[in-house]
Write a protein that binds this ligand. Sequence first.
Ligand code: SF4
Length: 90
Amino acid sequence: MDRTRKPQARREFLQRTGLQIAGLAALAPVAIATARAQDKLAPEMVMYQVQPKDGQRCDGCLHFQPPNACAIVNGEIKPEGWCAVWAAKG
Ligand code: SF4
């Protein structure tokens, strides 16, 4: 048995494992963002439009997240936009 080989093998293992863990950690924010984006509805599904409708605007909606996002609809949401699931802020 070659005892001089063990420290070298252990070092290589730790280096490889460390690189793999670092790689996974770097990918985590991307995976989380992707999962969150997939949880939201597509704008077409809720008839999103960039203009208000009957006085209803995204910036008056419960789900609006300033400056240009929505908690339930994916993509850039304009404050003056509107969609079919509009709900008045409480
Ligand atoms: S009306 Fe409300 S739910 Fe619809 S896109 Fe605008 S903020 Fe989101």
